[in-house]
Design a protein around this ligand. Structure first.
Ligand code: FES
Length: 157
């Protein structure tokens, strides 16, 4: 039969100190977790790196593509990582298309003379609406959605 020690002043003090120490540890862990979460969220901005994604107001996610100034008027830019091409047919009007060619799926690779060019066969699309104008593609490039906030361009994914 196990003996349960009678509570004494000494073992009560010991338990009280152990409880205080564990509370301090728990508080320190919570503070460290909160600090880590805050740093993970804010450090990239403090260091000059923008967080590339942010929740959309609707049901998607916004992916920051960068400044609108990188999209020339009458031209465009291909974002290979996002597989999207963004054009600016007229000043302040931005269009976006899936960069996969509608002929056989190659990624378009250049923009010239208001045209988006596919290197594979070679297909050519208008920057205004993605409609094919020469080569084997018969269907326009699939539209993508971009928006401008301030001077930044966001892709809706
Ligand atoms: S895949 Fe683009 S023209 Fe054939």
């Amino acid at each position: 039969m196990a003996l349960i020690p009678e509570p004494t002043h000494d073992n009560w003090i010991g338990r009280h100190r152990a409880l205080r120490a564990s509370r301090r540890g728990l508080f320190a862990a919570a503070m460290a977790g909160g600090l880590a979460a805050t740093l993970a969220e804010r450090l990239p901005r403090w260091l000059g790196f923008s967080s590339s994604t942010t929740p959309d107001a609707g049901d998607g996610t916004l992916h920051m593509l960068g400044a609108t100034s990188q999209i020339p008027v009458g031209g465009g830019k291909i974002f290979r990582a996002q597989k999207v091409v963004v054009t600016q047919p007229a000043a302040g009007t931005f269009k976006a298309f899936n960069a996969a060619c509608t002929h056989a799926g190659c990624l378009v690779d250049s923009i010239s003379d208001r045209k988006i060019n596919c290197p594979c066969h070679p297909g050519v699309f208008r920057i205004d609406d993605g409609v094919p104008v020469s080569g084997p593609p018969k269907r326009p490039l699939a539209p993508a959605v971009v928006s401008v906030q301030g001077d930044q361009l966001y892709l809706h994914v």
